[in-house]
Write a protein that binds this ligand. Structure first.
Ligand SMILES: Cc1cc2nc3c(=O)[nH]c(=O)nc-3n(C[C@H](O)[C@H](O)[C@H](O)COP(=O)(O)OP(=O)(O)OC[C@H]3O[C@@H](n4cnc5c(N)ncnc54)[C@H](O)[C@@H]3O)c2cc1C
Length: 319
C-alpha cells in the first residue's frame, strides 16, 4: 500500500551528513521533507571530523575540495547565527619534517588557498620532533559532528522516520519499508552511505576505520600529520586507523586489532601518554554503482563533511 501519512515533496533515505544537509537545503527551498533512516552504521557519527581540502603527504586538493570547505564552514556560520551551538573551529596545523616536504607543499599550494609558514618548533608542545616548519591552513578546521547533524535536523523541520528501506520502485518515486509499507514523494534522494550501498549496489567498495577519543586536549586547533587530532569535548580525537578497502560488507575487521596499532602510532606521533576513553568505528563508502535513475548523494569516502554540504546545496538548486 502507499502510505498517505508523510506528505513529502522530497523523500530522503539516510540521515547522515548527506541526508541531513539535503533535508536542510530542500526545506530552505520550501519543500516538505521526510527522511527515513534505519539507524545502522552511520559513518557520519565520527565524533569530530576534519574539514580540510589540503590532504595527504602530497597536499593534494581540487577546486571541489576547496569549494566544499567554504560551503561547509559557511553552513556552520549560518546555523550558529540562527542560534544552534555547532561546535567547530577553524585552523589546521601541519608539521613539516624536512625541507624536501616543505618544497613539495609550497609548490602544491596555489595563491587562492590561504596558508602561512612558521619556521621552527611551533608545535613543540603537541608534536615534539625535529620539524623544520609548520604549515598553517586558516580555512581548514574541524566540527563536532553530533552538533552539526542536530542543527541540520532541527533547522530543516523535516519529518524523521525510523525504518529500513528494502526496495525502490522502477520510477524512483517511492520506497518500500520493511513492514511492507510504501512511501511516495515527488522527489526521491538516496543518501544511504555504506550500509545503503551494500543493499542496492553490487560493486560497492568499503573502507572501515577507527578513531580514538582521548581525555587529553592535544591542541586547540586541528593537527594533521599522518594521523589527525582535533578537539572533542574537553579532550581530543585521534585517528583514523589505516585499513584496506573491501568489497564485502561489513568489512572484516583486522583480527590483530586495528585500534591497538592506532594507539601505538598515536603515542609515537604525539609522544605523550594518551588516555583512551573510547574507540569509535565506522565504515566509509569508497565507490558504488547505484541503480539507474536513482538520484543519490554519497561515495564521499573520507570527505563527507568536506563535500556533502555543498553537494546537497547544488542538488537542492535543481529541485
Ligand atoms: C574512521 C573514519 C574517519 C572519518 N573522518 C572524516 C573526517 O575527518 N572528515 C570528513 O569529512 N569525513 C570523515 N569520514 C567520512 C565521513 O564520515 C563520511 O564520508 C560520511 O559520514 C558519509 O556520510 P553519508 O551521509 O553519505 O553516509 P552515512 O553517514 O553512512 O549515513 C547513511 C545513513 O543511511 C542510512 N541507511 C542506509 N541504508 C538505508 C536503508 N536501506 N534504509 C534506511 N536507512 C538507510 C543509515 O542508517 C545511515 O544512517 C570518516 C569516516 C571514517 C570511517
Amino acid at each position: 500500500m502507499v502510505t498517505p501519512a508523510p506528505q513529502a515533496d522530497v523523500l530522503i533515505i539516510g540521515a547522515g551528513i548527506a541526508g541531513c544537509a539535503a533535508a536542510y537545503h530542500a526545506a530552505r527551498r520550501g519543500r516538505r521533507v521526510v527522511v527515513i533512516d534505519a539507524g545502522i552504521d552511520c559513518a557520519s557519527t565520527v565524533p569530530t571530523a576534519l574539514i580540510n581540502p589540503v590532504r595527504g603527504y602530497l597536499a593534494r586538493h581540487s577546486p571541489d575540495d576547496v569549494a566544499g570547505a567554504r560551503a561547509s564552514f559557511a553552513l556552520i556560520d549560518v546555523l550558529r547565527a540562527a542560534g544552534h551551538p555547532v561546535v567547530s573551529g577553524r585552523g589546521l596545523w601541519r608539521p613539516v619534517p624536512d625541507v624536501e616536504q616543505r618544497d613539495i607543499w609550497a609548490a602544491q599550494l596555489p595563491g587562492h588557498i590561504a596558508h602561512s609558514w612558521t619556521e621552527g618548533h611551533t608545535l613543540e608542545a603537541v608534536l615534539r620532533g625535529p620539524w623544520v616548519a609548520t604549515l598553517y591552513l586558516p580555512d581548514s578546521g574541524w566540527v563536532e559532528t553530533a552538533s552539526l547533524l542536530h542543527a541540520l535536523r532541527s533547522e530543516s523541520q523535516a519529518e524523521f522516520v525510523t525504518g529500513e528501506v528494502v526496495g525502490v520502485d522502477a520510477q524512483r518515486r517511492s520506497v518500500l519499508l520493511g513492514a511492507g509499507v510504501r512511501v511516495a514523494a515527488r522527489e526521491l534522494l538516496w543518501c544511504g552511505g555504506a550500509f545503503g550501498a551494500a543493499r542496492i549496489a553490487g560493486d560497492a567498495r568499503f573502507r572501515p576505520g577507527s578513531v580514538l577519543e582521548c581525555e587529553e586536549r592535544l591542541h586547540p586547533d586541528a593537527v594533521s600529520y599522518g594521523l589527525y587530532s582535533a578537539p572533542h569535548g574537553a579532550g581530543s580525537v585521534v585517528g583514523p586507523s589505516t585499513e584496506a578497502q573491501y568489497a564485502n560488507y561489513p568489512p572484516a575487521w583486522d583480527a590483530e586489532g586495528p585500534e591497538a596499532r592506532l594507539v601505538e602510532r598515536a603515542r609515537k606521533v604525539f609522544r605523550q601518554a594518551l588516555t583512551v576513553r573510547s574507540i569509535w568505528r565506522g565504515v566509509r563508502l569508497e565507490s558504488a554503482t547505484l541503480p539507474e535513475g536513482l538520484t543519490d548523494l554519497g561515495r564521499f569516502g573520507s570527505r563527507g563533511y568536506l563535500l556533502a554540504p555543498r553537494a546537497a546545496a547544488l542538488w537542492a538548486e535543481r529541485l
